[in-house]
Every structure is written in structure tokens, then in C-alpha cells.
Design a protein around this ligand. Sequence first.
Ligand SMILES: C[S@@+](CC[C@H](N)C(=O)[O-])C[C@H]1O[C@@H](n2cnc3c(N)ncnc32)[C@H](O)[C@@H]1O
Length: 354
Amino acid sequence: MIKYLGSKRKLVPRIVGLAQAIPGARTALDLFTGTTRVAQGLKRAGFMVTANDLASYSEVLAQAYIAADARAVDVAAVEAMLAELNALPGVRGYFTRTFCEDARYVQPANGMRVDAIRGRIETITADATERAILLAALLEATDRVDSTTGLQMAYLKQWSARSHRPLRLRLPILLDGAGRALRLDAREAVTLLGQYDVAYLDPPYNQHSYYRNYHVWETLVRGDAPPAYGVARKREDCRTTRSVFNARAGAAERALGEVLAAVPARHVILSFSDEGFVSLDALRAMLQARFGDVAAVPVPSKRYVGAKIGIYSTDGSLVGAPGHLMNTEWLFVAGPDAAGISARADGVALAEVA
Ligand SMILES: C[S@@+](CC[C@H](N)C(=O)[O-])C[C@H]1O[C@@H](n2cnc3c(N)ncnc32)[C@H](O)[C@@H]1O
């Protein structure tokens, strides 16, 4: 899985445990799915899952890991395609010039292989699922040899150790069972979708834009060649592409309120940070207004690596001191018998919301 800010890697068992503790729950909606980690956990646990996100890279991951049924994939054919792609000689294209020469996210030798492989993926198969699996494999392989701290607003001054390794595509670990992958604004998705037993919501909680933080993945998956700007060589449309969940001044809170009021689910599990734009009291109030019962589980967590190492300018000098290292991620459960569900899920100390 790719490195991703706010990825719920460590929380997946808890979130899946909560979903499993909901009596009779079989269908799940992951509305801000990102890496699809949570959606994958839910699918592994036997849920029929729909995974949604605004990002193109996220949609590809969802097509490969959530929508594709491993039993229906011709694994031998995909393995043969991966072998062909791994053997391709590099070509110097947009990815190499923009992200390996103008910027330094990936070593040029690997970047040239990314260009060659990305081009060949367009012709190697006519099957949409196979294409998504190959793109997911390329995304993950590129992530394994990148030279960043996990964000694409900047790259490391010195090449990372992993960037010296040759890029190698691997078959993604596909899961049995069908699901759905969507690329919709969450506010639109909740008005279009049918009913789910449980919805998991993990919206952005501050001003940091996922579109800008992962612009290299967006470009790699789209396979386009937009004008790029700044030291980070961000795609031009990063200047204008905004998520309302990154907005201040109440807009994010209103948008989340809209989503919670319309989300087509009997129960909701919501992740939010105590450092977010929306206060925990406001979240509780919105959840109570729609679902009645609400329980909240605090989960102390380590902050983004930048908080630990400080902020550096492009010439490598320290311009921002390291911040505090821990914050609290809250897991809210809302819907009938929320407190009972939380208690059954893991028996951890609960702060029941009055
Ligand atoms: C905190 S991350 C989710 C991380 C995910 N739970 C994981 O474990 O990988 C928030 C996600 O919301 C997506 N997003 C931002 N605005 C959105 C919107 N309006 N509708 C749908 N998704 C959005 C971002 O692309 C990002 O992937």
C-alpha cells in the first residue's frame, strides 16, 4: 500500500471490529477511501463494499482491490503482463522530465521505466479490471522507490536509500468478492447511492489538500502531461482544484453536516482528529441530530513525520521547529445502540457522548 497522510493502517482492525459489531451489517460504504485500506479490511471481513474518493489514484486502487473479484481475474495473464512490463527498457517522457529531472521524486532510471510502463499499459489489455490492477501495481512500485517523506509537496534533499533500488511491479494482493469503486464528491455520492448498513467517513480534517499532496500519483494514473509549476512541479490544476473539506470558515463543517444529514446508512463510523477544522462538540451534535445514539472512542496517534523532523526550505535549512508529536484521533459510532456496538467491538474505555 502507498504511503498516505491520514491512512488508517493501524486503525483498520478497530474500524472493522466496530462494523462487525453492528447487528446484521453486510454492506459498507467507505466514502473517503484514500488508499482503500479500510475498504479492504471490510471486504476481507465479508462486507459488500463500495469505495469512493475524489482522487483518480484512489479510484484505481478501489477498482483493483475493492471492485475486482480475485476469483474472476485471470492471474496468469496478469502475471505475464507484469513480466512484460518489468522487462521494458526505459523511455524519457513527461514523468522522467517533470518528476525526476526538474524535480527529484524518483531516480531518472526508474522514472524512464515508469514512462515506458505507463505508456504500454494503455495497449497491453482491453480489460478495464486488468488495466486497473496494472496501474495499481505501477503506483505501488513507484511509491516503493520514491524519495519523499510520504508527501509530494517536496522531495528529499539527498536521494533516499530506497530510491536506488530498481523499480519492480508486483501482483497486488487481490481479494475475493465483488464491490464497487466510485470517483465522486462525497456530497454528491450520498445523494446518488442506495442504502448501506454502515458508512465509514474519514474526511480531510484540515487545510492540507490531498490533490496537491499526491499530485504525482494523480498525474501517473491519469497519464496526462499538464503544465507543472514550482519546485514541486505540481500540475497546473492544483491551483484551482479544491476540496470543500479543506476550507476554513465553517465551509468544511457545513459540508460535513450536509454529508451526515444525507448519508444513506443506518450506522456511521466517523474518524476525526482533535486538531481538525470541525470541533468534536460540533461533530457530536451533527451525529446526534441525524442518528440519535453516538459513542466516541479516543485513539492517541503519532502525528505526521514533518512534526517530528521540522520544516526545511528547499536549500535544506531548518525553517520550522518540530511541533508536538501526538494527537488524538476520535472514532465516533452513530446509530441505534452505538454505545453497545463500541463496547462489543473491543471493550476499550468508552466516552459515551451525552
Ligand atoms: C483522510 S484521507 C482518507 C484516508 C483513508 N481512510 C485511508 O486509510 O487511506 C481523506 C480522503 O478524502 C478524499 N477527499 C477529499 N475531498 C473529497 C470529497 N469532496 N469527496 C470525496 N473524497 C474527498 C481525499 O482524496 C483523501 O483520499
